[in-house]
Every structure is written in C-alpha cells, then in structure tokens.
Design a protein around this ligand. Structure first.
Ligand code: KG4
Ligand code: ZN
Length: 346
C-alpha cells in the first residue's frame, strides 16, 4: 500500500450521459469538478442512447481530465489515487471510465478503487459545505435518481441498510416519463421543475401512493397513469399538471423520509441523487425539517446530479479504510448497493 490516507483523489464518472472528472482533497474539498453533459446529443432521441453515450465518453474523457487537473491547480503526478464509478449504469459507458481510470492508476503506480455510483450519490453529502454541516450517524438517506428510489438507514459510513425502495418506476424515471407525456423533452426532471413554477400544485388531485401502513416502499406507476388520463382528457394546462404531479411526488417522498427518521430515531436526514435537485422537494423538506427540528442535509443542486466529486469522496473513504481494487476491476452494470467489488484490503 503506497498511501494510507490519499490527499488528492481523482474521481471519474461515466455511468450514464455525463462525462465527469474531479479532483478532491482529503475526501471533502472539491478542487475541480468538470461535468461534460451529453444531454443535447441524446435529447433528439428522447432518452439516452447507450452506444452514443459510450462514444462521447471516449471523446470527452481526456479533455475533461486535463481540465480537471489544471482547474485544480495541480499536475498529474500530484494525484495520489483514482476512484472510478464501476456500476450500476450503462455497460459501455462505465467501461470507458473504468479502463481510463485503470490505465492512469497503473501508469502512475497509484491506488485504484471502484466506486458504487449510488454510494457516490450518498457521499455528495460528505463534501465540504458552506454552512459547515456534516453527516451525523445514525441517519436516513433518501436516494432519488433516474434509476433508483431507495430509503437507506446508515449506522456509519460502512453500514447501509435499504429499508424501502420503489416497486416500479424510480422517481426520476417518473419525472422523465411524465415530461414525455407533456411533450416537454429530455431530461424531464429539470423541465417539469421549471414549468411547475408557473402552475398550481393543487389544480389536479393526483393519487399519492403510500402503500401499506408503515411501508417505506414507493410506487409511481399509478401516478404516471393518472397523469396520462388527465393529459388525454385535456382537463388541465401543462403547467398545472406539472405542478400537481411534482407536488404528489414531493409529498410522498418527504412524508416517508421524515417518518423513517422518526421511527428509526435517527439524528439526521439526507437526500441524494438527481431528483433531490428538485426545487419543490428541497423547499418541502426544508420546511418540514424546520417544523420538526430534524437536521437535514441536501447537497447543492450541482452535486445532486451525476458528478465525479462525489465518486472521489466515496473513493477516498474506502481507500482510507484500506480498500483497493485490483487491475481486474470491471464494469458492473447491475451493481447493488453495499456490494461494491472493492477488492481485498491492501
Ligand atoms: O442522479 P442522476 O443525475 O442520474 C442517475 O443516477 O440516474 O439523476 C437523473 C434523474 C433524471 O431522471 C432527471 O430527470 C432527474 O434526476 N432530475 C430531476 C431534476 N434534476 C434532475 N428531477 C426533478 N427535478 C429536478 N430539478
Ligand atoms: Zn446518478
């Protein structure tokens, strides 16, 4: 083992349609976080085209790396370790990052760690914040992204227990599908967020799926169908539908997350993942946290969506605890939370 606590970690994220490279110091201070979005490339297809995503990652990763290194005011040789997303995500897209990270780490003879993308999202909350707040355990974290809606109980940085998850669509997927029903384009979340500002969130009474008493699971497919019926009936304006849909999602997410904090007697609630960039969800969570005196952490919007700084943060944590990946690190498209292929202890 060459380093115990690496000072400068290079983070690499290519699991979907963002090519991101970051330099993070001591696992918390973001020196640079370059995010090259491919959104415009995929927009005309209405969603991410995996083959196009992989090719674009290949084209972009080297310039993104150079920009991240120069933006951090360092040189390649100053980097102590590489943390790269190895799953879950699109196989071809992940492979570009994994192979690049591996080659860089091998060439410089520095440590390599594969990071679970979802754990990366959670660790966006461990990056330095202006208000100085830090995660306090035990805590509850709601991970809401394009592919996941997981309510997680954490006793420590190492212990993550999934208490609830979606039974059908992920929250972000619901935003994207409803945006398609409203002909708004891709990606749907930010477009609905913007349109909803002009609408009345109480205009349409959409169903809220709380499921069985005490359940921490989620379901969004009924809501999506209800939106389709309202759109087809032409009963409401697009902005009212967007605002009412957003309110319905926000109510269920926020209610379940706060009740989970209470029932598990946790010290803190954290949000993570792209959907936590949503302004209504952030507003509702902040209001509730103030009313119930619950300590709340939500990363700044830019760190909620895919980025490499969060991957470097998680990587730093694992490396500091002696975990390393081997040169056989691969892409794991269906990687589950808590099952990172971390390799053996160094
Ligand atoms: O975490 P993320 O960037 O990528 C995944 O790991 O999936 O999340 C992407 C998802 C997309 O479904 C996108 O529509 C949604 O997050 N999203 C939002 C907002 N910004 C991104 N959803 C609602 N409101 C937003 N402002
Ligand atoms: Zn993500």
């Amino acid at each position: 083992m060459r380093v115990s606590e690496p000072r400068l970690v290079l983070g690499i994220e290519t699991s979907c349609d963002e090519t991101s490279v970051a330099v993070v110091e001591h696992g918390t201070r973001v020196l640079s976080n370059v995010i090259a979005s491919q959104v415009e490339l995929h927009a005309k297809y209405g969603g991410v085209v995996p083959e196009i995503a992989s090719r674009k990652h290949l084209e972009t990763i080297l310039p993104a790396m150079s920009e991240a290194v120069s933006g951090a005011g360092i040189r390649d040789k100053d980097i102590d370790a590489v943390a790269v997303t190895c799953g879950p995500g699109l196989a071809g897209a992940l492979l570009v990052g994994v192979m690049f990270g591996k080659a860089f780490a091998f060439g410089r003879d520095i440590a390599l760690i594969g990071v679970n993308h979802l754990e990366g999202h959670i660790f966006a909350n461990f990056l330095e914040r202006e208000d100085g707040k830090r995660p306090e355990f035990p805590l509850v974290c709601l991970v809401v992204s394009g592919g996941h809606t997981d309510l997680i109980h954490m006793q420590s940085e190492h212990s993550m227990t999934v208490l609830g998850r979606t039974r059908d669509d992920a929250a972000g997927e619901a935003f994207d599908k409803v945006a398609r029903l409203l002909d708004l384009g891709y990606p749907g979340g930010p477009l609905i967020d913007r349109l909803a500002e002009k609408g009345d969130p109480e205009a349409v009474k959409f169903p809220r799926a709380y499921l069985e008493e005490g359940s921490y699971d989620f379901s969004f497919s009924g809501l999506k169908t209800a939106v389709r019926h309202v759109v087809e009936a032409g009963e409401a304006s697009k902005q009212d539908i967007a605002a009412s849909f957003q309110r319905a999602v926000s109510c269920v997410l926020v209610d379940k997350a706060f009740s989970c904090v209470e029932r598990t007697r946790s010290k803190m609630l954290m949000f993570a993942g792209g959907v936590s960039a949503n302004s209504e969800i952030r507003r509702a969570a902040l209001k509730r946290a103030a009313a119930e005196r619950v300590s709340l952490l939500i990363p700044p919007a830019v760190l909620c969506t895919d980025n490499a700084a969060m991957i470097a943060a998680r990587g730093h944590h694992l490396l500091s605890h002696g975990f390393r990946s081997g040169w056989d690190l691969n892409a794991y498209p269906a990687l589950m939370l808590g099952t990172s292929p971390r390799g053996g202890r160094a």
